[in-house]
Design a protein around this ligand. Structure first.
Ligand code: ADP
Length: 302
């Protein structure tokens, strides 16, 4: 029996007896002149209320389990798809090289090796995404926080992203306007930025323009990623940071994803005492900005 049919059976199996006992209790209370009638009526009503309350609790718990089971099934299907896509490409290019089809064509041999390396970077990024979420969800992380400029973290995430895309495929601009000290974990900020860059790439058309900016707004240090992609419908903006939430998976940007990228971004922003914001217009693009507080050490110096 599936969880859904168990929930339906429970609801029907309890509602009918509860309704009957409630009517019986009311009738005995209304018509009873004797004290036994009143006691019997109250007992029947209390029993009905207890049975109804328990049924609601069990239904809610079963419903939660059904939701988790569905999420797990979707997640397994999505992650398999995410991993299979680069793997298929790696296998195809490796087999072509193995069969010697490109012998004597050094240019195409080099191109094939570059594609294999790029796809390997995607695979690694996908695996890191899942591991980052596992660490975040289990609070197993022990981030190494240091006070300093975020420049190095930003530059290394950008360099990693550049290894994932073909030369000239993305018009990427990086503006680092400040070296303001921030208490941060370089790996965490790197993962946050890489996730934003991957999304900017996935949810943009073929003419991809992405701008990364690190600036000091006076109140915060702000790290932002702006794209010229498909944008986010206004009514979905409030939900995109929820774990496993995806907008029309498959039909947007032709990418299935697993719905964890932005949940990781929000988790990282908050574990740095910051917050993530989004401005977006459908068909025009999106700008995700992460605002982090200045380090306390800097405030003391002022
Ligand atoms: P996914 O694995 O689906 O990319 P995310 O948590 O990273 O999961 O994002 C949640 C949803 O938000 C995505 O399904 C996508 O539709 C939307 N989204 C995220 N980033 C962008 C972006 N830069 N432009 C348009 N839509 C975006």
């Amino acid at each position: 029996m599936s969880l859904t049919s168990a929930i339906v059976a429970l609801a029907v199996g309890v509602i009918l007896p509860v309704l009957l006992s409630t009517s019986l209790g009311i009738v005995r209370l209304a018509s009873g002149a004797k004290s036994e009638d009143i006691v019997f009526g109250v007992l029947v009503l209390s029993f009905a209320a207890a049975a109804f309350g328990s049924a609601i609790v069990v239904t809610v718990l079963l419903g939660k389990r059904a939701r988790v089971a569905r999420l797990q099934a979707d997640f397994t299907a999505n992650i398999s798809h995410e991993l299979r896509t680069p793997l298929a490409s790696i296998r195809m290019y490796a087999q072509t090289l193995q069969m010697g089809r490109l012998d004597g064509d050094p240019k195409r041999t080099k191109e094939s090796l570059e594609i294999i390396l790029r796809e390997t970077e995607w695979l690694e990024a996908m695996i890191d995404r899942v591991l980052a979420w596992r660490a975040a969800a289990g609070d197993r992380e022990q981030p190494e926080m240091e006070i300093g400029s975020m420049r190095v973290a930003v530059e290394s995430a950008v360099a990693r992203f550049e290894r994932m895309v073909a030369p000239g495929e993305v018009d990427l601009s990086v503006t680092i306007e400040c070296d303001t000290p921030v208490l941060h974990d370089a790996d965490g900020i790197g993962s946050l930025l890489l996730n934003l860059l991957i999304n900017a790439y996935k949810y943009s058309g073929s003419d991809k323009r992405i701008a990364v900016t690190l600036e000091d707004t006076g109140e915060h240090v702000e790290l932002s990623v702006k794209d010229n992609g498909i944008g986010i419908p206004e009514d979905r903006v409030g939900r995109i940071f929820d774990p496993f939430y995806q907008i029309d998976p498959g039909s947007r940007g032709g990418s299935s994803g697993v719905g964890l990228g932005l949940a990781i971004v929000r988790h990282q922003a908050r574990s740095h005492s910051g917050e993530v914001y989004v401005e977006s217009e459908e068909g025009v693009g999106s700008r995700f900005s992460v605002r982090l507080p200045h380090s306390i050490a800097e405030k003391i110096e002022e």
